[in-house]
Design a protein around this ligand. Structure first.
Ligand SMILES: [Zn+2]
Length: 405
């Protein structure tokens, strides 16, 4: 019979090759944007396991090497507002009719895969109950997809007392929500007026804060955005009619602004027959969305003049838009007039900070998650380069490597 130390010794030897198999990865870089406004040139990024071990220095001798010189490297992009489960059914209609939950879920998986391949390594879904299953399946590392955070079912309660909202916030937390999504105004198609009272907003955002949850608030009118800002909510979504006065207030309070000017309305208009007649999508709404393109663009331009306003990168991607989340970037730069480096920071470090994840994602630095993408072209010189994401690594795993080098 072997002694205990001998057995332990044998186990140690057996376990060594498994550890040694996890070889470090070296990415050879010509040009990298670090997500915080800096450009890094001619270096290597060393990845150990799921994290960036170092930038620069000597390459480990046993590393697997990817040559990304000639591409533009960036932290994985983040979409703070993507409805990852929304899809067109087999009938070609928004949501699909008579679908089984399993079928719907597999469409969500399609969305997750194309989103990741587009270079988005983290998204926030605001949200539906089935997001939880998809989030957890991706987190298990089997289904390729972006890291998913979800609000689960949003809060739309406007009739009950403020306490009702506090209760709903606690309920979402218990159900496993990562943050809370609140509807404080009507849709842009319906004018965007405030629907939730100031007291209800204070209750919802106050209780969420007490539960350590962030709050994303759908608010189009200036008054609804102002009320949400004063209630201490984390982020104003859409905000098509926000005024200079309210942008000032948001900048002062550190409230994030999530304009969606480059994908969602364009996608509705391109796919009009698939949406028309479902939900609140009617001819009147579509006529309004045509006008909405200019309204949202002009409000975004106004937002850019408020230097301290923190603008995150959300697209409000719905059915038909997943995997094209980068279009928002192009419109922000080309039509909105945003400095491309600032637009990169918005899609990386600023969005990460808005999610309280700035220590894990959104920039290239040692100790960060190895969420690293590369474009064929440089988005600082040609905004459309973001359509050509040819390398995707998430948490140290390479999911896409399409460049011919
Ligand atoms: Zn939305």
């Amino acid at each position: 019979m072997k002694s205990l130390p001998a057995i332990l010794g044998a186990l140690l030897v057996l376990s060594l090759p498994a550890v040694a198999q996890e070889r470090p990865i070296v990415l050879k870089v010509g040009t990298a944007l670090d997500g915080k406004g800096r450009i890094i040139r001619n270096t290597i990024i060393v990845v150990h396991g799921s994290k960036i071990a170092s930038i620069g220095g000597a390459a480990p001798s046993n590393a697997i090497t990817y040559d990304l010189t000639g591409l533009t490297v960036s932290p994985g992009f983040i979409d703070t507002h993507a409805h990852i489960g929304y899809h067109f059914g087999d009938d070609g209609r928004n949501g699909g009719r008579g679908e089984s939950p399993v079928h719907s879920m597999l469409r969500g998986v399609d969305n997750a895969i194309v989103t990741l391949k587009a270079g988005f390594t983290t998204i926030q879904s605001p949200g539906q109950a089935s997001d939880k299953e998809l989030r957890d399946a991706v987190a298990r590392g089997i289904i390729p997809g972006p890291r998913i955070l979800t609000s689960l079912q949003p809060l739309t309660e406007t009739s009950g007392p403020p306490d009702k909202l506090r209760e709903l916030v606690r309920q979402r937390k218990q159900e496993g929500a990562d943050f809370i999504k609140i509807f404080a105004s009507k849709s842009i198609r319906e004018g965007g007026a405030q629907t939730m009272t100031d007291e209800q907003l204070q209750a919802a955002c106050g209780e969420a804060k007490a539960q350590s949850l962030r709050t994303l608030v759908h608010a189009h009118s200036a008054e609804s955005a102002k009320a949400a800002t004063l209630a201490g909510c984390t982020s104003i979504e859409h905000g098509a009619y926000v005024t200079d006065e309210v942008f000032d207030l948001m900048a002062q309070r550190g409230t994030y602004y999530d304009p969606n000017i480059g994908l969602v309305l364009q996608n509705y208009l391109e796919n009009k027959p698939k949406f028309l007649g479902s939900g609140n999508y009617n001819e009147e709404g579509f006529a309004f969305m045509e006008k909405g393109l200019a309204i949202t663009r002009d409000t975004f331009r106004k937002a850019l003049t408020h230097k301290n306003l923190k603008i995150v990168y959300g697209t409000d991607a719905v059915a038909g838009a997943h995997g094209r989340n980068y279009e928002e970037f192009i419109v922000r730069v080309r039509e909105g007039g945003q400095d491309p480096m600032k637009a990169i920071e918005s899609a990386t470090s600023i969005s990460a900070e808005s999610m309280n994840m700035q220590d894990q994602i959104g920039s290239l630095a040692s100790g960060m998650q190895a969420d690293i993408i590369a474009f064929d072209g440089n988005p600082l010189e040609d905004a459309t380069a973001v359509r050509r994401c040819v390398f995707v690594m998430k948490g140290g795993t390479v999911y896409e490597n399409r460049h011919l080098r």
